[in-house]
Design a protein around this ligand. Structure first.
Ligand code: ATP
Length: 226
């Protein structure tokens, strides 16, 4: 809880996490500090609507748990594994809203690559009325300058979001009178992706520079991605 006003600030970080890597945890840690979040909850998707995964959800959940074991301010939820059918964020956000205190502030973290497909997410125009978004700049994907990054996100929002959003440089967010803010976070840009890690492991590399050691051990023990 926030020592000043007792309002829970919770980050929800959904993803395939196939595998979870330093890009997720290090950028998430920077977000946690910047937005003064009490906790970030990793939520591995059971059936990601937009991605094909070969790795069992139980393995991806186990790796997420290992990556944040003993790390203060982090937790892992298996809510999407306990639900049948595609793992839609709108359902997951509803779950967390139901079980959070009434005045809790919820933030959903997603990388810019995911945000730039946001118009394909189920009920996305309802989702922005349910939860604040934090869009993460990604190393290797985004424009080199912060201004160009903001510009690209703005162009996407102009095409796909309801009219009326305006950029507020003080809060670092696009704001709208009827939705939650869409924050942009241009923190440590880490050019790490799960697909690149999978490719490297398939070629015989161990991926350790980008992985928590316990996750790397798990991958080796289970023979994943070979
Ligand atoms: P893949 O390479 O298979 O697409 P990924 O590395 O993007 O995987 P996901 O599990 O799909 O990993 O990512 C979960 C969320 O974290 C997504 O919103 C994604 O955009 C974001 N994300 C992943 N890697 C980074 C990174 N290095 N920096 C910022 N955000 C990231």
């Amino acid at each position: 809880m926030d020592p000043q006003n007792d309002i829970l600030r919770l980050g929800l970080f959904g993803g395939t996490f196939d595998p979870i890597h330093r890009g997720h945890v290090d950028v998430g840690e920077a977000v946690r500090a910047h937005f003064a979040l009490h906790r970030i909850c990793l939520i591995p998707a059971a059936q990601p609507p937009h991605k094909h995964t070969l790795t069992a959800a139980a393995d991806r959940l186990a790796m997420a748990r290992l990556a944040v074991k003993g790390r203060p301010g982090w937790e892992v939820s298996d809510v999407e594994l306990r639900r049948a059918g595609p793992s839609y964020t709108i359902d997951t956000v509803a779950h967390f809203k139901r079980r959070s205190p009434p005045r809790a502030r919820l933030f959903f973290l997603l990388g810019s690559d995911a945000f730039l497909e946001f118009n394909t997410w189920k009920a996305y125009s309802t989702l922005i009325r349910e939860v604040a978004l934090i869009v993460l700049a990604r190393g290797g994907c985004d424009e080199p300058s912060s201004a160009a990054f903001v510009d690209r996100i703005q162009r996407f929002m102009t095409r796909h979001f309801p009219p009326g959003f305006r950029w507020d440089a003080d809060t670092g967010a696009f704001i709208h009178p009827e939705t939650y803010p869409v924050y942009l976070f241009d923190g440590p840009r880490l050019a790490i992706s799960a697909s690149e890690i999978r490719r490297r492991i398939a070629r015989g590399d161990d991926g350790r520079p980008w992985l928590d050691p316990a996750v790397a051990d798990y991958i080796e023990r289970k023979g994943l991605y070979r």
